[in-house]
Structure formats: C-alpha cells, structure tokens
Design a protein around this ligand. Structure first.
Ligand code: NAP
Ligand code: MG
Length: 495
C-alpha cells in the first residue's frame, strides 16, 4: 500500500496546521487547542486542526449575523447566482485535489471521491438555479375594501450546519448551496474525523468572492463546537445530518430560542428482491447498495429481503460477488472499497459482526478485519449474514459498516410487514420485473426515498428525505431551498 507521502499528487493542503474560517479570516481556536486529522487507510496523522468550542462558535455566529444584516442582504438574485457559478467553476477546476484530500482524510477510495465531480457540478448548478426563490407573490384576497396582499419569502438568517464524516464533500453543499441561494449566512461544523475537504472548499469559496462572514467553518468535536452551535441563541436554523442520539441532544439544545431544525438521520433500509427480479442486476445492485463507501451511507440497504424461492441462489451469488470486490489501497484508482473512518468505528462494526454470529445468523462472506498490508488501516471485509431474522440485533440497529443481512420472505404482504418493522424510514429498494409489484411495494414502504431496480441514485433537483426516526426535512429540490426561507404576509389597505 502506498503511503500518502509517496503519492505523486499528495496535496500541500494536508500538511501544516488547519484553522477555522471566521469572518473571512483563518484563525486559531481561542483556546489554542488542536486535534489531529488521521488517514484511516494508514492510521497516520495528516495534520493538526483547530479544536473549536463555544468561544469560537460565538465569534463565527456573530460574524454570520453581521454579514446577514450587511451588504449581503442587498445582493440581487443575479449577483448570488453569478457567485455560485463562479464557485462551481473554481471547485470543479480543483476537483482532483479535493477528491484526493477527501480520500486521505476520510478513507473513501479515489474511485468514489473523483466520481463525485459530476454530482458536485449538478448540485451547485441546481442551487444556483434557485436564487430566485427569495421572491414575493401577490395572492388574491377576499377582504372587505380594497386591499393588496403580498406574500414574501425571506431568508431565515444564520444557519448552523452540522455534518457527519461519511461524505463531507457531499454534505457541505446541502448547507452552503441553499444558504447562498437564499441569502442566508452559515456556520458549518464538520465532523472532527473529516474536516479537511470542507476547509479546502471554504478556501476556494473565499477565492471565488464569497463576502466575509457569509460562510464560516468551525472545526472541532460535536460535544463542544456542535453543542455550542445547536444552543446558540442567535442561530435561526440548524441543518443536522447524523445519528439519532445526537439529533435528540440537538432538539433539546435548540429549545432555548426555538430554532428551526432539519434532521437527516440514520436508517436500516430494506432492499427487497422478488423472485421475478433480474438477478444479474439485483445481486450487484443490492450488494453495492450496502457496501458502497464501506457501508458508511445513511441510505444503505442493509436488510436484504429475498423471496424464499430464490433465496439460496441469491445468497450464493451475493457471496461470489462479494468475493470480487476490490478492497484496499485508497489511492489505487481500481480500489472499490476503503477502510472505515476510525478505529472506534472498526471496533463497533466488528462487535456487531460478533453479535450477528452469536444470535445465530450464518456468515456467508467476510466477517473479519483485513490483515497484511492493510493491518494498520481500519479495514473490515465486506460481510454477508444469511439465514437471519428481522428480530436480530444486526437487522434492527444501524451498523454503519459493510455488513449485509439477508432475510427470506414469502409474499408481498410478508415483505412489506418485515420492511416496515423498523423504527427508521429513510429509504428502501425493490427488485422486480412486475409493474404492479413495483408500484404496490414502493407505495407500501414507509420511507422517504424508494428505488426500483436500482439503489442509491440521487438527483439534487428531485432530492431525498426521511420519515419516522430517520428525521424530517427534504434535501434537494425546491423544498430544501424553501426551508431556508420563511413566509411573510403584507396586508396593504389601499383606501
Ligand atoms: P453523529 O455522531 O451524530 O455526528 C454527526 C455530527 O454531529 C458530527 O459533526 C458530530 O461531531 C456532531 N455532534 C456530535 N455530538 C454532538 C452534539 N452533542 N451536539 C451537536 N453536534 C454533535 O453521527 P456519526 O456517527 O458521525 O455519523 C453517522 C450517522 O449519520 C449515521 O446514523 C448515519 O445514518 C447518519 N447520516 C445520515 C444522513 C442522512 O442524510 N440522512 C447522511 C449521512 C449520515 P464529531 O463527530 O466531530 O464529534
Ligand atoms: Mg481523517
């Protein structure tokens, strides 16, 4: 496995001390404290990063408030769109470097991170196209007398963004995109396990001409910087992506000033394979629906329900396919899967694998940590459990690792009962050649996003969202932009 330093394109950015971006300036923490950014493929430190807490968050929120109330509030939609298209161009021009930073810092292989280029282009163009959402309409009224009624959509103000480590290069645009499009300002707290790509994007955004204070990044731990942002009395809205436990604490922290919240949480999504499915597509589709990004994907289809008549054949083919997945050096462009984010996550996933075996599920593939060249990284084999039931811990709790649990079912009713027997409702998939089954089952799954004969595709202008304990709020599409706005009615008496 090549060490990062040996890689010809090792970017200068991942060395030296990284600071917060507050009010257009790169600053150390008030406390002076730092933490280390680690490459999960090697376990080695890349560089130090400022460790923010309530004091740094307060400075960033004040800067964001000043910017919101200043010149930025007078920018026209056209000016904001031009800025966003400039950001688009600069980010795309530097995308190879961004992908490499993401790979080094969070462990997704280059094959995945470089592939985000087209998606990034789409998401930025989509949000740029939404700059006219800050608008007014003149609804008719039935008031006695002569009244003109106007309805404005106005920016909510300062938005706090809190994102996880599993894809910061994706997650940051769900905050910065709608903030810039609507004229809000933002303070973003990335996960301490993966801050570097966010910092580099913020640097590029400043180069593109984002005014001081409009976007701010405070790095640090959730319990300090994240908690302070969620509690801050001058933050109008929190857009959070992460786990249910943290979401509960954010809901409590938001109570002080009754912040608006957007919560995008975890899942235990069902992926249902019917006997009439094209298994040549369903096997790799369902496998990568779980294993992509080493299973560290909120929408991962971790519970694979397979109709009994094709169950054994499916498991055999899934095992064979899993054996062909290339796990390894994240800088090798042919690698499909990298390590987990951290030693802690590795231990968590291995513990679930133990529990699965202990509760009687049969290990059909994988099941262990990878050794040899990969032993210093946080690698776990793509793992398949078969003969499992929906009551087992591995079918109930989010593992957030490359672990698929295959469960047999009998018919449509049985599949839907099992699929919906979960506290989550983020996503679901199904594989069938029957139009009727496709419609019935996609309507029957209680989740925000359903895929038929595919898994995990996402268009920013369509978007996705959660239901039940997977949270609320829509990412992408007009709904997302409007959630950064509030309606205001104006009644004008013309008499
Ligand atoms: P997490 O522990 O909830 O962390 C998410 C973010 O919250 C991190 O930036 C974290 O900071 C911060 N945080 C932690 N404690 C906090 C607190 N008390 N107050 C405010 N912020 C706090 O989640 P994770 O384990 O890193 O991420 C995986 C989870 O995210 C999974 O459940 C996954 O399903 C979910 N996810 C959901 C989506 C979606 O769109 N639905 C997308 C991706 C991931 P530190 O990590 O720096 O401490
Ligand atoms: Mg890292």
């Amino acid at each position: 496995m090549s060490t990062p330093a040996a890689h010809p394109a090792f970017p200068a950015f991942v060395s030296g001390a990284k600071k917060h971006l507050i009010d257009g300036q790169w600053v150390d923490s008030v406390s002076g404290r730092t933490f280390d950014a680690v490459n999960p493929a090697t376990g080695k430190t890349l560089c130090s990063v400022a460790e923010g807490d309530a004091a740094d968050v307060d400075l960033a929120v004040r800067a964001a408030r000043r910017a919101f109330e200043g010149e930025w509030s007078r920018w026209t939609p056209h000016q904001r769109r031009k800025l966003m298209l400039k950001i688009h161009d600069i980010v795309l021009d530097n995308f190879d470097e961004l992908a490499l930073i993401e790979t080094l810092d969070m462990g997704a292989p280059l094959s995945r991170t470089t592939n985000l280029r087209e998606w990034t282009s789409q998401v930025l163009q989509f949000f740029a196209s939404q700059c006219d959402a800050v608008s007014a309409s003149a609804p008719r009224n039935s008031l006695p007398g002569d009244f003109l009624t106007l309805k404005h959509l106005a920016p909510v103000g300062v938005v706090g963004g809190i994102i996880p480590w599993n894809g910061p290069l994706i997650g940051l645009w769900w905050i910065f995109g709608p903030a810039l499009a609507t004229g809000c300002t933002a303070v973003l707290k990335p996960a301490e396990d993966a801050s570097l790509s966010v910092l580099r994007v913020a640097e590029l955004m400043t180069e593109a001409g984002v005014p001081d204070g409009v976007i701010n990044v405070v790095t640090g731990y959730g319990k300090d910087a994240g908690q302070a942002l969620a509690e801050h009395g001058d933050v109008d809205r929190i857009a959070f992506t992460g786990s249910v436990g943290t979401a509960r604490s954010i809901v409590r922290a938001s109570a002080g000033n009754l912040k608006r919240l957007q919560l995008e949480l975890g899942g235990k999504s069902p992926d249902i394979v019917f006997a009439d499915a094209d298994l040549d597509k369903a096997v790799p589709g369902a496998a990568m629906g779980v294993f992509t990004n080493s299973g560290q994907v909120c929408v991962a289809g971790t519970r694979i329900f397979v109709q009994r008549s094709v169950h054994d054949e499916f498991v055999e083919r899934l095992r064979d396919f899993t054996g062909t997945i290339r796990v390894g050096d994240t800088l090798d462009p042919t690698t499909q899967l990298g390590p987990l984010i951290s030693e802690r996550q590795l231990e968590r996933v291995l513990r679930y694998i133990d529990i699965g075996g202990g509760e009687g599920a049969r290990l059909a593939a994988g099941g262990g940590r990878l050794a040899g060249d990969l032993a210093s990284g946080f690698y776990v084999e793509p793992t398949v459990f078969a003969g499992a039931s929906n009551e087992m811990t591995i079918a109930r709790e989010e593992i957030f690792g490359p672990v698929a649990t295959v469960i047999p079912f009998d018919d449509v009713d049985d599949a839907l009962r099992l699929a919906n027997d979960t506290p989550y409702g983020l996503a679901g998939g199904l594989w069938t050649r029957s139009l009727s089954t496709a419609h019935k089952v996609s309507q029957g799954i209680n989740a925000g996003t359903i895929w038929v004969n595919c898994y995990g595709v996402l268009d920013p202008s369509v978007g996705f969202g959660g239901h039940k304990m997977s949270g609320y709020g829509w990412k992408g599409a007009r709904e997302h932009v409007e959630s950064f706005l509030y309606p205001k009615a104006v009644y004008i008496n013309l008499d």
